[in-house]
Design a protein around this ligand. Structure first.
Ligand code: IMP
Length: 501
């Protein structure tokens, strides 16, 4: 076990949650990997293949989308759980397990909730269609997450257990596809065909021109998935309930508080409650069962897809650039060869931070929009975590001469009524409201810090960190009333510094 797992923070606790306080992608995978030696059970409870959790071991990088990050400890007998609140594409899950097999990772103790919700091919199709046509665009990952949750709440959905009962599967799938076909009539036929021919949707194998869906191919595929997953499908809610107080349970969040359907910047959010409370519910527990929550935040901020982002470097230009489907890591390097973390032009400095921090989506490859750390948003988000914060990717800013932190916003929009409060131009906000109509008119008020401009990745003790960085950390703690218990200074598992052990 490492220092952190031996610390007082994990003494006398049974259930610990790791959640992101921002818009996801803050390095949860690495922290879960670090805490996994302490845990007996590692469970995910929200989202699905929209997540991309990266774990680095030497030269090897593992990117997990559905399987919890604790799977690297399967060989030690630790149980990994795909919880009942998740939406699982069985085809994608089988592929992910094949990749694990190919890299020599076992999954003997992986359990899949019998009542987790299925993401079907038609959900992925609908998700991509909605994002390709006019109307509100969220910039989803295109993994079918929203439509799968919609079906579940509309009581049309299928669950994992259906894969184990072929007759029931056939009946429910026929009914579900029928329902989707009616909805699909409103979309452009050529676009449907184009999407159904995408490689990850089977390259046309599941498409049938007259009927839209090739039912026999689809049912065959799901039956095969059922056979592969059969031994893993169990009642994980009961397993977790029985284990509270008895075993060490690590709950792995997905996405982030600001993307929560209930508490995030709606409608620019994902379709599950990605806070700790939603995570507990998604594994069959109560919020009160969680003994300790670690909130994760990067020292800067990123966001993928659409939605308000007051501290974005390069503002609207960055949003347009990152959401343009033609922008790739290679194309931005070619078009902006001189962009760097020390550029004086905001948009190019954003590209520089993106390149240094490798801020490209693990699920979609999209460039992540980059901006400065936003304390009004962090203060808002802190309400869902309690006290303990882990700050990640500090080393990314090593070369930055000046580091900005947004202390507060000045609202500059028209009068806007939010419940019993009216926001007026000139209002100062210390705590953000997750309402896009407000956030899009907020001008960040920055405090500037001198950068440390020296590599910190090999530093192992807090006392040895550069004084400029320690000053910044103290400021963040003071300004948010949170305790920073660990900082991460590199991608490798051991590149962390525990504070206040
Ligand atoms: P969906 O979850 O695919 O429906 O996407 C909804 C919004 O959440 C989009 O803005 C996505 O970019 C964002 N999102 C979903 N999953 C992640 C994630 O794991 N990291 C960061 N953003 C995500």
């Amino acid at each position: 076990m490492n220092d952190f797992t031996n610390s007082w923070l994990l003494k006398d606790v049974s259930t610990v949650a790791v959640v992101c306080t921002q818009f996801g992608d803050s390095g949860k995978g690495k922290i879960v990997d670090l805490l996994a030696p302490w845990a007996d059970i590692i469970a995910r409870g929200t989202g699905g293949a929209n997540a991309g959790h990266t774990i680095r071991r030497g030269d090897q990088e593992y990117v997990l989308h559905i399987v919890p990050s604790g799977i690297l400890y399967d060989c030690e007998g630790k149980i990994n759980v795909i919880g009942s609140g998740m939406v699982v594409d069985p085809i994608a899950l089988c592929k992910e397990l094949q990749v694990l097999d190919a890299t020599g990772l076992t999954h003997n103790y992986l359990k899949v909730a019998y009542n987790s919700k299925l993401v079907l091919l038609s959900h992925i199709l609908l998700d991509r269609l909605k994002e390709s046509q006019g109307g509100l665009k969220i910039g989803t990952t295109g993994k079918g997450i929203g439509p799968a949750y919609v079906d579940y709440y509309d009581r049309h959905g299928l669950v994992m257990n259906d894969l184990l009962n072929p007759t029931r599967l056939r009946e429910k799938l026929l009914r579900n596809l029928d329902h989707h076909r009616r909805w699909l009539r409103t979309f452009n036929r050529d676009l449907i065909e184009k999407i159904m021919f995408q490689e990850d949707l089977g390259g046309g194998k599941f498409y049938y021109p007259t009927d839209l869906f090739n039912f026999s191919e689809i049912i065959h595929q799901y039956e095969e998935c059922g056979k592969s997953l059969q031994r893993m499908i169990v009642d994980t809610d009961s397993l977790l309930k029985r284990s509270v107080g008895e075993k060490n349970i690590l709950l792995e969040g997905a996405q982030g508080n600001l993307l929560s359907i209930d508490h995030g910047t709606y409608p620019f959010v994902t379709s599950s409650d990605s806070t700790a409370a939603g995570l507990a519910r998604g594994v069959g527990l109560k919020g009160g069962d969680i003994d300790r929550i670690f909130g994760i935040a990067k020292i800067y901020l990123t966001r993928v897809g659409k939605g308000p982002f007051p501290t974005e470097l390069g503002g609207e230009q960055s949003e347009r650039w990152c959401n343009d489907s033609l922008t790739t890591q290679a194309s931005e390097q070619a078009i902006f060869p001189h962009a760097s973390i020390i550029s004086s032009y905001d948009f190019e400095q954003g590209i520089g931070i993106r390149q240094t921090g490798n801020e490209y989506g693990r699920t979609t490859g999209r460039p992540r929009r980059v901006g400065w750390l936003d304390l009004p948003l962090l203060r808002y988000s802190a309400q869902f975590i309690g006290r303990y914060l882990i700050l990640t990717k500090l080393d990314v800013l090593d070369e930055c001469p000046t580091i900005k932190v947004c202390e507060a916003y000045e609202y500059q929009g028209p009068d806007y009524v939010l419940g019993d409060q009216t926001f007026r131009a000139g209002d100062i906000l210390k705590i953000a409201r997750p309402e896009p109509e407000i956030l899009q008119h907020c001008r960040p008020l920055y405090k500037e810090f001198e950068g440390w401009q020296t590599p910190i990745t090999d530093i192992t003790y807090y006392d040895n960190l550069p004084s400029q960085l320690k000053e910044l950390l103290r400021y963040i703690e003071h300004a948010t009333d949170l305790s920073i218990v660990m900082v991460s200074v590199g991608a490798d598992k051991d590149k962390n510094i525990s504070i206040y052990l």
